[in-house]
Design a protein around this ligand. Structure first.
Ligand code: NAD
Length: 378
């Protein structure tokens, strides 16, 4: 049958509530002639009903296998399991946060089925790619939720209050790392009325932090790296950052950690000694727990107490805000697949893959210089 079939199954990773296609993005794909097949219940944990998908033109099917088996393009949040990948149609395009390098069986399945894998975490972060940038959209939700968790765990108010029982001073909140998640965390803590400070090793973040009403904490280290990201610090820079930070943390109530260096474990910034110097009742929420944590005492996925300081290492925070996180993720995915699922492509039953487009060429995994792949026609 000619045309392009897009398949979406429910996510299977533990704790994953998001979905890669919403009724809104489904409608847009159907409007350009694609056939969209959705596993019944795929949107349930992110509150999108089967009826809404059906009204948007999706064909609802029972079970993941039925949704994915004949798909030319498979959309997902996290990668399907390797057996599921092995059941996909040979040469199908697979779009999502695939992390192929972290699982040998997954990588092998992608290769064995000759899948056209587009791990969206590899997307170049250019201006043109902004509307497809899942790292940014999901980091925004993660930064927001991290602050709410901190506010929930803290035995204090965030805002200053003047009450008949006296004045309550505002909580002092420090955001470590002012990338996308960090800036959203600063904005959120500010809205809750806290006194907010932030720091980062990229000097341009000073202005960004200040524009959100935060104070830039200058720890005397500047380490801008390639592509707008941070580089790892030298031993001297790290020692200087730690000396100044340890002093400062004695008067901080809440720390939200968001610092990361692409492709490396999270930098250890808050040491056990620093935690020991903090006041009891302080709270640390380590959003970097996913890659090991910015705090030495963080246990990924757990909340622990160390001398009266609560340290939370929540995982997959974006999934906690599954409705909006999915809406943003699905729009990002729609914008990405629009590069090759065009109206003409749907009509001809052939993905319009332009390998001169760096967004495709640099995202595809494994890296390849590939000839256009005919995917759909049978
Ligand atoms: P990230 O998640 O890799 O890192 C989070 C933050 O941690 C970064 O700001 C980084 O500088 C900081 N950091 C690293 N080591 C640190 C240390 N030792 N101490 C303190 N802070 C440390 O980054 P991100 O949020 O994904 O994005 C970071 C950069 O990418 C920003 O410049 C952002 O503007 C840029 N970006 C560009 C686009 C685009 O143009 N399409 C999209 C998104 C992000």
């Amino acid at each position: 049958m000619a045309g392009i079939t897009i398949g979406v199954a429910g996510e299977t990773a533990s704790g994953e509530r998001r979905v890669a296609l919403t009724p809104e993005t489904c409608r847009k794909l159907v409007a350009r002639g694609a056939r969209v097949r959705v596993q019944r219940g795929a949107g349930r944990l992110s509150s999108f009903t089967d009826e809404a998908y059906a009204q948007a033109g999706a064909e609802l099917v029972d079970g993941a296998a039925a949704a994915l088996r004949d798909a030319d393009v498979v959309l997902c949040v996290q990668s399907p399991s390797s057996p599921t990948l092995m059941s996909l149609r040979k040469g199908a395009a697979l779009v999502g946060l695939l992390a192929p390098q972290v699982d040998a069986a997954r990588a092998e399945a992608i290769n064995a089925r000759n899948l056209l894998a587009f791990p969206l975490e590899r997307l170049p972060r250019t201006t043109r790619a902004q509307a497809m940038d899942v790292l940014s959209s999901q980091a925004g939700m993660a930064g927001y939720k991290a602050v709410l968790i901190a506010a929930q765990l803290a035995p204090r108010f965030f805002p200053m209050l003047t009450t008949a029982a006296g004045t309550i001073r505002p909580s002092k909140v420090l955001i470590v790392g002012a990338g996308v998640a960090g800036l959203q965390a600063i904005a959120t803590a500010k809205r809750l009325g806290a006194q907010v400070e932030g720091f980062d090793v990229r000097p341009e973040t000073r202005e960004q932090i200040e524009s959100l009403g935060g104070r830039f904490l200058d720890l005397g280290v500047s380490a801008a790296g390639e592509g707008g990201y941070a580089r790892a610090l030298t031993d001297e820079e790290r020692a200087e950052q730690q000396r100044r930070l340890a002093e400062h943390l004695r008067n901080v109530d809440v720390i939200v950690c968001t610092a990361a260096v692409p492709g490396r474990p999270a930098p250890k910034i808050v040491t056990a000694a620093m935690v020991a110097g903090m006041r009891p009742g302080s709270v640390i929420v380590d959003l970097a727990a996913e890659t090991g944590g910015n705090c030495e005492l963080t246990r990924p996925g757990e909340t622990v107490d160390s001398g009266g300081v609560t340290i939370a290492g929540p995982l997959n925070l974006a999934s906690m805000g599954a409705v909006h996180a999915s809406e943003m993720y699905a729009r990002n995915v729609l914008n990405f697949v629009s590069l090759f699922v065009t109206e003409e492509a749907s009509r001809e039953g052939r993905l319009a893959l332009d390998w001169d487009d760096e967004l495709l060429a640099k995202t595809v995994w494994p890296e390849r210089v590939a000839a256009p792949v005919a995917a759909a026609a049978t």
